[in-house]
Write a protein that binds this ligand. Structure first.
Ligand code: DGJ
Length: 400
């Protein structure tokens, strides 16, 4: 799918009547002329760049600097030295398009409206035996910068080829430059043999339970204890003190787990908390406003949209308080999150209280045609609120 700016005079074709006249007059020169013409065409960029954009248009095709639709689904944003880097799943056409056939795509921007294609930051491997071999599932990539090591660290949800969504692993890749290339560093389940810190659970769980009772809501957690906890839909969050956390749908999507990362951000650091066990949350986002932590998540309905949820906590370790559906609008918009599913919340640098909610409109029958819904977060009595806008810009946050 591509989106080309439709501008008068953009084409460079030789019209047929001109060519006909020339051939009639100078037939022997025709091969030379055709050679020169084809060389000129080969050097011409295939598409005209679009005009600079000055606003967000949720749900519409969003062209990059080549005029091609941005292909970065389930994505997140890294802000580094005044530049935004958008990483997301590169989808292809057709029903197989949700599998990783290409890799993680990167774009850069200085204004959030206009995005330069930085190419594939983490390609799938051509090695059939690789965990990230073409045809695996790589979802929801997020990148953070580690000031201690000077490395850019990418985490993503990895499913091994041919295993559906059963592997439920966290994949990690590392780069020296923000746009990559990223080197795959391996994958794992989280926190094997470690019990969660969970203010909401009985002490017996924190102390360790040898077996789950029938119907026990902790059964999945306990079953996965030896091999490690599942990690599906995920995001990353870096706190003010530089401590990073991974937030993932775990326990077969029954619970969210918030796991502290090691100081190098490459592994889990054996401390994690369960949030809303039995709550079936997916698509986690986590952000901080005025010292408080907030999440916007979704329910679990595959690629189909459902009602978003929001939550708040004074400590990242909880307890987390559910704040309800953050969407305001028509019953359809509220019950389906404007057709989208959360992927990231971007705090806009230099604009206090400015947060952009990022979501995906999935198109499972033709995943490359998935769209992006970016909306400004409004606040009402301490709750995040999302309202549909056909078009908006950063002026929505006040100032310039
Ligand atoms: C919903 C998730 O949020 C997506 O990332 C993807 O994993 C689909 N489920 C798969 O059905």
């Amino acid at each position: 799918m591509s989106c080309q700016a439709n501008r008068p005079g953009a084409g460079n074709a030789i019209t047929f009547p001109v060519l006909q006249t020339f051939v009639n007059r100078f037939p022997v020169l025709l091969p030379l002329v055709l050679l020169a013409y084809s060389t000129a065409r080969a050097q011409t960029p295939p598409q005209e760049p679009p005009l600079p954009l000055h606003s967000f248009r949720p749900g519409e095709v969003w062209p990059d600097d080549h005029g091609t639709a941005i292909n970065a689904h389930g994505g997140g944003i890294l802000v580094y030295k005044g530049v935004y880097y958008w990483f997301g799943e590169h989808k292809i056409e057709g029903p197989r398009g949700n599998r990783a056939m290409v890799g993680v795509h990167a774009y850069s921007s200085t204004d959030l409206y206009n995005w330069k294609d930085e190419g594939i930051a983490l390609p799938v491997s051509e090695d059939w035996t690789s965990e990230i071999g073409r045809g695996c599932i790589m979802e929801r990539p997020k990148v953070i910068y580690n000031a201690r090591t000077g490395k850019f660290v990418k985490w993503f949800h990895l499913e091994l080829r041919g295993q559906g969504y059963h592997a439920a692993r966290a994949g990690v890749a590392v780069a020296d430059r923000p746009a990559g290339p990223y080197q795959y560093a391996g994958s794992f389940r989280l926190n094997p043999g470690v019990w969660p810190v969970d203010p909401g659970d009985p002490p017996s769980l924190a102390a360790g339970k040898p077996q789950a009772a029938q119907g026990d809501s902790n059964a999945r957690l306990i079953a996965d204890m030896p091999a490690g906890q599942m990690s599906r839909d995920m995001t990353l969050f870096v706190d003010d003190d530089g401590t990073a956390y991974q937030i993932a749908a775990s326990e077969d999507n029954l619970a969210l787990h918030i796991t502290r990362l090691t100081p190098d951000y490459l592994k889990a650091d054996t401390r994690y908390v369960r949030v809303f066990p039995g709550g079936y949350n997916e698509a986690p986002t986590l952000f901080k406003r005025a010292g408080r932590y907030y999440m916007i998540t979704s329910g679990c309905t595959g690629w189909g949209p459902n009602a978003a949820r929001s939550a708040m906590a004074d400590s990242i370790w909880g307890p987390w308080t559910a704040l309800g559906n953050p969407c305001a609008g028509t019953p359809e918009q509220v019950s389906k999150t404007f057709g989208g599913q959360a992927t990231y919340v971007l705090p806009v640098p230099g604009k206090p209280d400015a947060f952009i909610f990022m979501a995906d409109i999935w198109r499972p029958r033709n995943p490359i045609d998935g769209r992006y819904v970016w909306l400004p977060i409004e606040w009402h009595e301490g709750r995040p609120i999302l309202r549909w806008r056909d078009e908006w810009d950063l002026g929505a946050f006040g100032g310039h």
